[in-house]
Design a protein around this ligand. Structure first.
Ligand SMILES: Cc1cc2nc3c(=O)[nH]c(=O)nc-3n(C[C@H](O)[C@H](O)[C@H](O)COP(=O)(O)OP(=O)(O)OC[C@H]3O[C@@H](n4cnc5c(N)ncnc54)[C@H](O)[C@@H]3O)c2cc1C
Length: 415
């Protein structure tokens, strides 16, 4: 199996070049070694020797990625990245996602990559030196700690965690959960209300909190999808004292920074979903060409042809919606917010449908660990919650559209 890529007419040469080079790398260096590189995913007995060999193989591939000039597409060149523009990065994501998990071999690992972006934009020179550089080099790990169990994560204004100014320190108190990468992280970027003086409510701000600070308690790695433990952690912060300079950006800038992190992230995640949809689609169609049922091939059964046609429509619609949003962001169009919400609702659901049909075509093998489909299926479902649930994005789309009608502002649907 290989991803097939040809130049897209009208795209800038550098974008087509990145697409081609990424596809060559995925086809030659990753797809033939998927089982070896990601051995733990296969669900067979995995010995310590196999894990050590997989880790060494992944490191070897990372070095090749660097040598091929494909490392860290989200970072500028001075931080060791490719310095890609937004559009090129989005197109690259579609291709590297064809191999499930390959992004990590290209230096793009959530939540580290999102944290790198906000440190780049909001960090002081000292914060960049202390936290960003080691994060890029891989000597530090991080998490993003915003969602709380006691209030709605989809309404960030409801957040209760506080950071109270005490002399030249902030004192953090709060209860978070689903802080991804929590078991590995050396520091968290924590969203809390900064309370200064006799302020009551405080203003939403972000703080860099080393995980070994007294008062930071990793309660558990929350079990998800039937697994006993994940690295999405419940974390309690009790009288956690951090230096005043650990605030990221200004007091009150936390919401803006979080939206910035999530907005671009949604486009990249959806382009990743599109890449995985291509993989599921290829698997489905190729299986239908060879699997015999009731004296004929699956491809000749009309219900299966319906799966293929509907999946093609889902895929192309998801892809065009995502590229359209990426193009709007690239040219700085403020209306991109509506488009980002539209793709955030549409793409995970379309991804879910396509993988569901691919699993059906494969029968029992579809849910086995021999294929990447089961993992894609869970990932697609999770995406309907993470980065904001569907309903919140639907509300935002409707609000923006209604606003245009009410104010009589021009609304060019074809833009
Ligand atoms: C695998 C995974 C990883 C995650 N990683 C992180 C992370 O690293 N850091 C972090 O901070 N968070 C993380 N999250 C949390 C995620 O951002 C939240 O789950 C999400 O924002 C939704 O918040 P909630 O779970 O509190 O749901 P709630 O806000 O309680 O919403 C529950 C449901 O209510 C409905 N709803 C909400 N608002 C409305 C409305 N206005 N109208 C109608 N219906 C509505 C929706 O159906 C929604 O699904 C992660 C979540 C998952 C599943």
């Amino acid at each position: 199996m290989a991803i097939s890529v040809s130049p897209i007419p009208g795209l800038p040469d550098h974008v087509n070049d990145v697409r081609r080079r990424t596809a060559d790398f995925i086809n030659n260096e990753i797809l033939p070694r998927e089982t070896e590189l990601f051995v733990s995913r296969r669900g067979t007995t995995v010995t310590d020797e196999m894990k050590t060999a997989a880790s060494a193989a992944r490191e070897e591939v990372r070095q090749k990625v660097k040598a091929a000039g494909l490392w860290a597409p989200h970072l500028p060149a001075e931080y060791g990245g490719m310095g890609l523009d937004f559009l090129a990065h989005a197109y690259m994501n579609e291709i590297l996602a064809y191999a499930l998990g390959a992004a990590s071999l290209f230096g793009v690992v959530a939540p580290n990559s999102g944290n790198q972006k906000i440190l780049l934009k909001y960090g002081t020179e000292e914060q960049k030196r202390q936290w960003l550089l080691p994060l890029v080099e891989g000597t530090l790990q991080s998490g993003f700690s915003m969602t709380e169990p006691d209030v709605a994560g989809s309404d960030p204004r409801a957040l209760r965690a506080t950071a109270t100014k005490d002399g030249d320190e902030w004192v953090l108190n709060g209860h978070k959960w689903f802080t991804s990468n929590g078991l590995e992280a050396d520091f968290f970027i924590v969203m809390a209300r900064a309370v200064e003086g006799d302020e009551e409510k405080g203003r939403m701000s972000q703080f860099i909190v080393p995980t070994d600070t007294p008062g930071v308690e990793i309660v558990r790695g929350i079990g998800i999808w039937g697994h006993h433990q994940s690295d999405h952690c419940e974390v309690k912060y009790t009288n956690v004292r951090i230096p005043a300079e650990n605030i990221l950006g200004h007091v009150g800038q936390g919401h803006e920074a979080a939206q910035e992190r999530l907005g671009a992230g949604r486009v990249f995640h959806c382009m990743n979903s599109v890449g995985q949809m291509w993989r599921a689609f290829d698997l489905m169609v190729e299986r239908s060409l060879s699997r015999e049922v009731h004296g004929g091939l699956l491809k000749d059964q009309q219900m299966i042809q319906g799966f293929i046609a509907d999946s093609y429509i889902d895929l192309q619609t998801a892809r065009l919606l995502t590229i359209r949003a990426a193009e709007m962001i690239d040219r700085g169009d403020p209306r991109a917010r509506t488009e980002i919400s539209a793709l955030k609702v549409y793409v995970p659901a379309a991804f879910h449908r396509v993988v569901d049909r691919a699993i059906q075509v494969w029968g029992a093998a579809g849910v086995s660990n021999d294929l990447p489909l089961a993992q894609m299926y869970l990932g697609a479902r999770t995406l309907r919650l993470a980065d904001g649930p569907d309903e919140v994005h639907r509300i935002l789309i409707a609000k923006n559209i209604i606003h245009h009608y009410e104010t009589g502002e021009s609304w060019d649907f074809a833009t």
